[in-house]
Design a binder for this molecule. Structure first.
Ligand code: TMP
Ligand code: ASP
Length: 234
């Protein structure tokens, strides 16, 4: 498989065409941003860690019967993926209070939730990805009822599968972001599943093992990304 023309460059990855129809090459970068791009930096090795963790977890999800765009990991930092038509909606799933949920509602980080909370955000950089409710998604026409319901069900299944998988490895999945897209009549999970897009705490000590180490200058960022990948792939 050969890398072709650059299709898109984002804050954390580059996506290229390939010589195979319907297959894209997603290359994960070491550069990191936070707080809507205000904070910038580099996390050495992050590209390989994020590609490796995504490859592993997409495979775990596929085995559980969830369709994902993942095909194969190549050259360490890249994934071959199915080309999808992405929905412009980010789905955030939360199992415990953290991040913007803690700030917006004045809640203590780490507070247990009675059940997971699902949130919707519009993917629109210029608008700073505004939060939406279900009505915004439907009435503004970003997704149809049938597709949104399907995605909500898949997001809940992804949460159950990943939480169990991580719990067995001493990790707690606090919250995460998913992006879905369609290809023909099928809906697939796309994008990535990494310490950039998940909050993961050590289940025993509560130690932060994800991108919050970079956001809040907690130190040893590379070492903690490596530790998460080590536990997930052991
Ligand atoms: P939040 O608490 O900042 O809203 O983030 C919730 C989860 O979503 C957290 O695991 C990080 C992830 N996330 C992204 O992957 N991309 C983003 O742009 C944002 C804001 C959050
Ligand atoms: N990834 C987003 C940014 O680049 C937000 C974040 O992760 O904090 O700003």
């Amino acid at each position: 498989m050969r890398k072709g023309e650059l299709l898109y460059e984002g804050k954390a990855k580059r996506v290229f065409e390939t010589d195979a129809a319907g297959v894209l090459w997603a290359e994960f970068k070491d550069s990191a941003t936070a707080f809507d791009g205000v904070k910038k930096g580099t996390i050495k090795g992050k590209g390989v860690y994020n590609a490796t963790m995504s490859a592993k977890l997409f495979s775990v999800l596929e085995r559980a019967g969830i369709l994902t765009h993942f095909l194969e990991q190549v050259e360490g930092r890249s994934l071959l993926v199915r080309r999808l038509k992405m929905f412009p909606v980010e789905i955030v799933m939360r199992n415990k209070v953290a991040g913007s949920l803690a700030e917006r509602y004045g809640l203590g980080p780490g507070t247990e939730l009675k059940k997971p909370i699902l949130e919707y955000y519009l993917k629109a950089n210029a608008l700073h990805d505004p939060m939406m409710n279900r009505n915004h998604v439907l009435v503004l026409g970003y997704m149809t009822e049938r597709k949104l319901s399907h995605v909500e069900g898949e997001a809940a299944r992804v949460n159950r599968v990943l939480r169990n998988y991580m719990r067995r490895r001493g990790l707690e999945l606090v919250d995460f972001k998913l992006e879905f897209g369609e290809r023909g009549r099928k809906i697939y999970l796309g994008d990535e599943i990494s310490p950039d897009t998940c909050r993961i705490w050590d289940a025993a000590t509560g130690e932060v093992l994800d991108k919050d180490r970079f956001r809040f200058d907690l130190g040893a960022v590379e070492e903690h990304y490596e530790e998460v990948v080590r536990r997930l792939t052991a």
